[in-house]
Design a protein around this ligand. Structure first.
Ligand code: HEC
Ligand code: HEC
Length: 256
């Protein structure tokens, strides 16, 4: 608990509406991870996250829904068609004018193009497809563009990031900008980037989405948790993607 006291003491006044900034130097969460976690993430043969990516690869060419089509029927080889896609998300879907992340986009293809049911947010199938699509962009820099269409979502996400919340009265920025590199209970606080997600988390003993991780942070400060896939978490994801510009996609990642 004493490290939490340090955080509170270090807390600044409400930074709501502040000019957003990127932590310097920008560092991926893997740099704050143990040697064991780094070794797992960096070796596809021993990474447990690869089981999900492989599941995604298999689903890619299986027909689904009333259309009888597979992802591959329309998108052919994912290694070519999905390369560079994940770094552009979340983005506005021209059809509905709504902000979608990769999970949402995949589910749109399920319902719109395959006439199949949407996959559950935290289901192994959706995690697998998200990991497989993301993996095609490993090493490519995140590059969401903030424009007139998505600015409102970006600003909502930014404001959430800088607003104190929960019984502990802390904002994301208090941990991930002011205290990265410090210990909090058993964790080393990172800069809070989403670039390796979905990840296999040893503590969960399974794969989990970025929204699951974000919910854990809300829980950590005893704040009400927005649902996975909710507008709140999508807006926050857009802000995080902007803030992580300069880092590369590391999907599928591994975490403690
Ligand atoms: C019948 C054709 C069809 C099928 C089947 C299909 N898609 Fe799509 N997909 C599209 C079209 C068309 C788009 C462009 C956006 C739109 O119109 O919905 C798209 C867009 C995407 C994108 C975003 C690409 C980008 O450049 O932003 C992803 C990711 C994606 N699909 C994944 C999948 C996955 C995974 C599956 C299988 C679960 C799948 N799609 C099945 C037609 C299809
Ligand atoms: C009390 C401190 C604290 C607060 C406040 C907090 N987090 Fe975290 N967060 C952590 C810890 C601890 C972890 C796990 C270790 C790590 O990766 O930083 C974590 C992990 C993360 C990760 C995963 C990073 C990775 O590389 O796996 C993201 C993304 C994240 N937080 C975003 C947020 C956002 C957005 C908020 C505000 C809604 C927030 N956090 C609020 C402590 C906090």
């Amino acid at each position: 608990m004493c490290s939490i006291t340090i955080l509170l003491a270090a807390g600044a006044s409400l930074v709501h509406g502040a000019q957003p900034f990127r932590p310097q130097p920008l560092k991926s969460g893997i740099e704050f991870s143990s040697a064991e976690v780094r070794a797992l993430q960096h070796d596809d043969f021993s990474s447990p996250a690869m089981l999900w990516a492989t599941r995604g690869e298999k689903l890619w060419s299986e027909s689904a829904g009333a259309s009888g089509k597979s992802c591959a029927s329309c998108h052919q080889d994912a290694r070519a068609s999905m390369k560079g896609v994940t770094p552009r998300y979340p983005q506005i879907d021209p059809g509905t004018a709504r902000l979608v992340n990769i999970e949402g986009r995949i589910n749109q293809c399920r319902t719109r193009h395959q006439q199949a049911a949407a996959l559950g947010y935290e289901s192994d199938d959706l995690l697998g497809l998200t990991a497989y699509v993301g993996m095609q962009s490993r090493g490519l820099p995140l590059n969401v563009v903030i424009d007139t269409q998505n600015r409102r979502h970006f600003e909502r996400g930014r404001d959430m990031y800088y607003t104190r919340m929960g019984q502990m009265d802390l904002a994301c920025t208090h941990c991930h900008d002011r205290n990265f590199g410090r210990k909090l209970l058993n964790d080393t606080i990172s800069q809070g980037h989403g670039n390796p997600y979905p990840v296999y988390r040893l503590e969960w003993q399974t794969m989990g989405s970025l929204h699951r991780r974000l919910r854990a942070c809300f829980f950590g400060v005893r704040a009400e948790r927005p649902a996975a896939g909710s507008q709140d978490l999508l807006d926050l994801e857009l802000f995080l993607a902007w803030r992580a510009q300069g880092l590369t996609v590391e999907t599928p990642g591994v975490r403690k």
